[in-house]
Design a protein around this ligand. Structure first.
Ligand SMILES: Cc1cc2nc3c(=O)[nH]c(=O)nc-3n(C[C@H](O)[C@H](O)[C@H](O)COP(=O)(O)OP(=O)(O)OC[C@H]3O[C@@H](n4cnc5c(N)ncnc54)[C@H](O)[C@@H]3O)c2cc1C
Ligand SMILES: NC(=O)c1ccc[n+]([C@@H]2O[C@H](COP(=O)([O-])OP(=O)(O)OC[C@H]3O[C@@H](n4cnc5c(N)ncnc54)[C@H](OP(=O)(O)O)[C@@H]3O)[C@@H](O)[C@H]2O)c1
Length: 725
C-alpha cells in the first residue's frame, strides 16, 4: 500500500504520516489487513497506525479497525483491486476511491512448492506400488502394453540417444528422459510465472514509463521466485533428505533436481539484479530509447556513477548484489569438469558460497522486516538438520567413532583396496545395495567423506551370521597357499591379497578402486604395509540408499564392470537364501585385472560357488589379457587356487559349472537378448553398475528389449547403481 497514492492525502505529513492525513489510504490499509491478515495482526497494525499518527498529529487520535467494521465482506469483495502491476484509472496517478490489493501480491512463492509437491506425490505413489511389489503377499504384477510403452519411451531412455551416465565432453551429463521432462516442466513453470500477468500502460501511478514498469515488475517477480526456490535447492541437495525417503528415488535423481532448481534460481537472481540496476540508471537523466546509447551515457556521466554508488551504501542493496554474485560463482564452481576433477575444491566452494548467499540474502530482505526471512531460515534448518543427522548416523554406527579401526589391503596386480571395517558396534545391519560414507581419521584430510557400497558382511567369531546380513563373506583363510613358495608364479597367485582381520566380531568389506585423491591416499597407506594390512581409523556414516526388490523377480541379471562387482555381491545372500527367490541370478562381470577376479571369486563368492542348484552363474570377461593368456590363467587357477586346495574336488567341479571366463568386454546387448529368451513369460530385473559407457549400453539394451514383440510377455525392470552424482 506504500506506493499507492490517494487524492485526499496531506503531502505535508511526510511519508510516515501519509496514513494519518487521508481517510481513503487508512481505510484501504485497514481493509487490506482485514482481508489478508488474522484479526490480531489487524489490530496490531491498527495500533501501530494510531501510535504513529499520535506522534505526527501531535496527540490527535485517528480511528482504528472499528472504522471499517461497517464494510460487509461482500462490499469488500466488490471493491476495486490493485495488483503488483498498479491500478489503472487513478486521477493523475492518484486514487479517489478506497481499494484493496489483489492476490497477485501473494501466492507466487507457493507455486514452486506445489509443483515439487506434485512430483513428490508421484514418487510416493510409485514407492507405494514398489512396497507392494516387495511384499511377499503380492505376486509380481503383469505389465500392460500401454504402461510398457510409457516406460520404454519416457520412463527409461536417456534424454537424447544413448548418453546418460556418459558426459557430453567436459560440459555436462544429461539426466534420463523422465527426469529431464520433469526439469523442463519446472523451467517452463518458472518462465511462465516470470512472464505472464503483467499490465503495462503509460501513466501508471508508480512508474509512468512502460519501460520502467517492465524493469520493475519483472525484477520483482524474478527476485521473488528465485528466493522461493531456495528451500527446494537445500532440500534436494542434502544426503538426509525427507523426499528421498518419501519417494524412494535415489540421491542422483534429487541431485539433478537440486542442480536445476539452483540454476533457475541463479538466472532469476541475475535477471532481478540486472533489471534493478538498469532501473536505477534509468531513474537518472537518461532519455534515449536505445539501451546502448544509455549505457554509454551512464559510462560518461560521472554524476550517474555517484548516484549508482550511493545505492551501495544501502544494506539491502549491496547484500543483494553480493548474493547474486555469490550465486553466480556457485554455479561457475559447480561446472561438471571441476566437479569431476577437483571434487574437494568444488565442495569447499559450495559450502563457503552457500553460507555467503544465505547471510547476504538475510540482509537483502531485511527491508521487508521479517516477511521473507523464512526463505533463509528454512534452508538453514534443512542444512543444520542434515549435519545433525550425519553426526547421528556416525554415532549410531559407533558411539566411540574415533575408535573404528579398519584394515586396508592393496597390491598392484588387483588394483583394488579391500577395506574391512568392524561393524559389531553398529545399531543397523547393512542392507543389500546400501552405501556408507567413509572418513579416514588418521589423515590430515580427515573431513573428506566418500561413499562406498558395502560388498559383504562377515562374522568372524565363528558364531552365526545374522540373517539380515547380506553378502557372502567367505570364512577367512590362514595364509593363502598361493603365497607359498610352491605356488605358481602367475598374476592370479601373486595378486592374491593377504587375508586381513583376524579379530573377532562382524566386519563389513568394501572394495575400493583407487582414483586420484581420497582413494589414492588409502591405496598408498595400504600399499606401504603390504603384504600385511594397514590399520586405518575410519568414521563410518550410514547406511544410505535403498535396497531394490530384486528377490521378487524370476530372473536377475547383473551387468557390472570393475569395482561395480560390489553390487551383486551385496545382494547375493538375499537372492540365494531368502524366499521368494529368483530362479536364476546371472552376473556378467567385465574386469581388467585377472588377479582381482581370482581374489573376489576366492574370497567373496566362495560360499555361493560351492552351493547347490543352478541358480547362480557368473561370467567373467577379462579385458587386459589375450585369449591365450585367459586360458593360461584359468589353468593356473585350477592348479593353484587356494580355495580348491582347501575345498577339494567336488567344489572345484561345482565352481567350473558356475563360472565362465571370456576374453574381451561383455557384449551387453547380446547378453540381454540371451537372457530375455530364457526368461520369456516371467519377470527379469537388470542391474547395471560399472563404467558409464557400460551403464548407458545396458540402459539402451533394456529399452530395445522392451520394444521386441517376442518379449511382450516378459516384465523387465532396469535398476542403475551409479556413482556419477
Ligand atoms: C553411491 C556410491 C557408491 C559407490 N561405491 C563405490 C564402491 O563400492 N567402490 C568404489 O571403488 N567406488 C565406489 N563409488 C565411487 C567412489 O565414491 C569414488 O570413486 C570416490 O569417492 C573417489 O574418491 P577420490 O577422492 O579418490 O576421487 P577423485 O579422483 O578426486 O575423483 C574421482 C571421481 O569420484 C567423484 N567423487 C570424488 N569424491 C566424491 C564424493 N565425496 N562423493 C561422490 N563422488 C565423489 C569425482 O567427482 C570424480 O568423478 C561409489 C560412489 C557412489 C556415489
Ligand atoms: N554405485 C556403486 O555402488 C558403484 C560402486 C563401484 C563402482 N561403481 C562404478 O563402477 C565403475 C567401475 O569402476 P572401475 O574403475 O572399477 O572400472 P574399470 O576398471 O575402469 O572398468 C571395468 C571394466 O569395464 C570394462 N568396460 C568399460 N566400458 C565397457 C563397456 N561399454 N562395455 C563393457 N565393458 C566395458 C573395462 O574394459 P576395458 O579394460 O576394455 O576398458 C574394464 O574391464 C566406476 O566408473 C563407477 O561408475 C559404482
Amino acid at each position: 500500500m506504500r506506493m499507492v497514492q490517494f487524492t485526499d492525502e496531506d503531502p505535508s505529513l511526510g511519508f510516515q504520516g501519509r496514513v494519518c492525513g487521508g481517510s481513503r489510504l487508512r481505510t484501504s490499509y485497514y481493509l487490506c489487513m482485514r482481508t489478508y491478515c488474522t484479526p490480531s495482526e489487524g489490530d496490531e497494525a491498527a495500533d501501530e497506525v494510531k501510535k504513529t499518527c499520535r506522534e505526527v498529529l501531535a496527540g490527535e487520535e485517528v480511528p482504528g479497525m472499528e472504522s471499517v467494521a461497517g464494510y460487509t465482506d461482500e462490499e469488500v469483495e466488490n471493491l476495486p483491486k490493485f495488483g503488483r502491476m498498479g491500478f489503472e484509472g487513478g486521477a493523475g496517478g492518484k486514487l479517489d476511491i478506497v481499494v484493496v490489493p489483489d492476490t497477485t501480491f501473494f501466492g507466487l512463492c507457493w507455486a514452486m512448492g506445489f509443483f515439487w509437491a506434485g512430483v513428490v506425490a508421484v514418487g510416493m505413489i510409485n514407492k507405494a506400488i514398489g512396497l507392494c511389489m516387495k511384499s511377499d503377499r503380492f505376486s509380481m504384477p503383469a505389465e500392460s502394453a500401454p504402461w510398457r510403452l510409457v516406460k520404454r519411451t519416457i520412463g527409461l531412455p536417456a534424454t537424447f540417444g544413448v548418453r546418460h551416465a556418459q558426459s557430453y565432453g567436459i560440459w555436462a551429463t544429461v539426466p534420463p528422459r523422465i527426469e529431464s521432462i520433469t526439469i523442463a516442466l519446472f523451467v517452463l513453470l518458472n518462465i511462465v510465472l516470470s512472464v505472464i500477468g503483467y499490465t503495462f500502460f503509460p501513466g501508471n501511478m508508480y512508474y509512468p514509463k512502460v519501460r520502467d514498469q517492465v524493469l520493475r515488475w519483472v525484477a520483482d517477480r524474478t527476485g521473488i521466485i528465485s528466493f522461493a526456490n531456495f528451500p527446494l535447492i537445500w532440500l534436494f541437495g542434502m544426503r538426509n533428505n525427507l523426499v528421498l525417503w518419501l519417494t524412494g528415488w535415489d540421491f542422483a535423481t534429487f541431485n539433478n533436481f537440486h542442480r536445476w532448481v539452483a540454476r533457475v534460481a541463479t538466472v532469476q537472481a541475475i535477471i532481478h539484479s540486472i533489471l534493478y540496476t538498469m532501473l536505477i540508471f534509468y531513474s537518472m537523466t537518461l532519455t534515449s530509447n536505445s539501451l546502448l546509447a544509455d549505457l554509454l551515457t551512464i559510462y560518461l556521466l560521472a554524476g550517474g556513477w555517484r548516484y549508482f554508488l550511493a545505492w551501495w551504501t544501502q544494506l539491502f542493496w549491496w547484500t543483494g548484489e553480493i548474493a547474486t554474485i555469490a550465486l553466480s560463482a556457485l554455479m561457475g564452481f559447480s561446472f561438471y569438469w571441476l566437479r569431476r576433477k577437483q571434487y574437494e575444491f568444488f565442495l569447499f566452494m559450495h559450502i563457503v558460497l552457500s553460507i555467503v548467499v544465505l547471510v547476504t540474502m538475510l540482509g537483502h530482505v531485511s527491508i521487508f522486516e521479517g516477511e521473507y526471512d523464512a526463505l533463509v531460515w528454512v534452508p538453514v534448518i534443512i542444512w543444520v538438520l542434515d549435519r545433525v543427522m550425519r553426526i547421528g548416523r556416525i554415532l549410531v554406527f559407533n558411539a566411540r567413532f574415533w575408535n573404528t579401526r579398519a584394515q586396508a589391503t592393496f597390491n598392484d596386480v588387483t588394483n583394488m583396496v579391500r577395506l574391512e571395517v568392524p561393524c559389531s558396534t553398529s545399531a543397523y545391519k547393512a542392507k543389500p545395495g546400501t552405501y556408507y560414507f567413509l572418513m579416514v581419521l588418521n589423515s590430515y584430510q580427515f573431513w573428506e567423506s566418500h561413499p562406498f557400497t558395502v560388498a559383504t558382511t562377515t562374522s568372524h567369531d565363528g558364531g552365526e551370521k545374522d540373517n539380515d546380513n547380506m553378502g557372502e563373506g567367505a570364512p577367512l583363510l590362514e595364509n593363502s597357499d598361493d603365497e607359498s613358495p610352491d605356488a605358481p608364479n602367475t598374476p592370479l597367485a601373486t595378486g592374491t591379497m593377504t587375508p586381513s582381520i583376524s579379530a573377532k566380531g562382524d566386519t563389513m568389506t568394501f572394495l575400493i578402486r583407487p582414483y586420484d585423491s581420497f582413494t589414492a591416499r588409502l591405496r598408498d597407506a595400504a600399499a606401504a604395509a603390504w603384504p600385511k594390512p594397514a590399520t586405518v581409523r575410519v568414521a563410518v556414516e550410514g547406511p544410505y540408499g535403498h535396497t531394490q526388490p530384486l528377490h521378487r523377480f524370476d530372473h536377475v541379471l547383473f551387468i557390472v564392470g570393475g569395482s561395480g562387482i560390489v553390487v551383486p555381491l551385496s545382494y547375493l545372500r538375499r537372492l540365494r537364501e531368502e524366499t521368494p527367490r529368483p530362479k536364476t541370478v546371472h552376473i556378467h562381470w567385465t574386469v581388467r585385472e585377472p588377479a582381482l577376479a581370482e581374489e573376489v571369486l576366492r574370497r567373496d563368492f566362495a560360499e555361493a560357488l560351492g552351493g547347490e542348484g543352478d541358480q547362480l552363474r557368473l561370467d567373467v570377461y577379462l579385458t587386459s589379457s589375450g585369449a591365450n593368456e585367459v586360458q593360461t590363467l584359468m589353468g593356473g587357477r585350477s592348479a593353484g587356487s587356494s580355495r580348491r586346495a582347501v575345498a577339494g574336488r567336488a567344489e572345484e567341479e561345482a565352481e567350473d559349472k558356475v563360472v565362465q571366463y571370456h576374453h574381451g568386454r561383455a557384449d551387453v546387448r547380446r547378453v540381454l537378448v540371451g537372457e530375455c529368451e530364457n526368461a520369456t513369460g516371467s519377470s527379469l530385473a537388470v542391474i547395471s553398475c560399472g563404467p558409464s559407457a557400460m551403464q548407458d549400453g545396458a540402459r539402451q539394451a533394456v529399452v530395445q528389449a522392451m520394444g521386441v514383440p517376442a518379449n511382450s510377455s516378459l516384465r523387465i525392470e532396469y535398476f542403475e547403481e551409479s556413482f556419477t552424482w
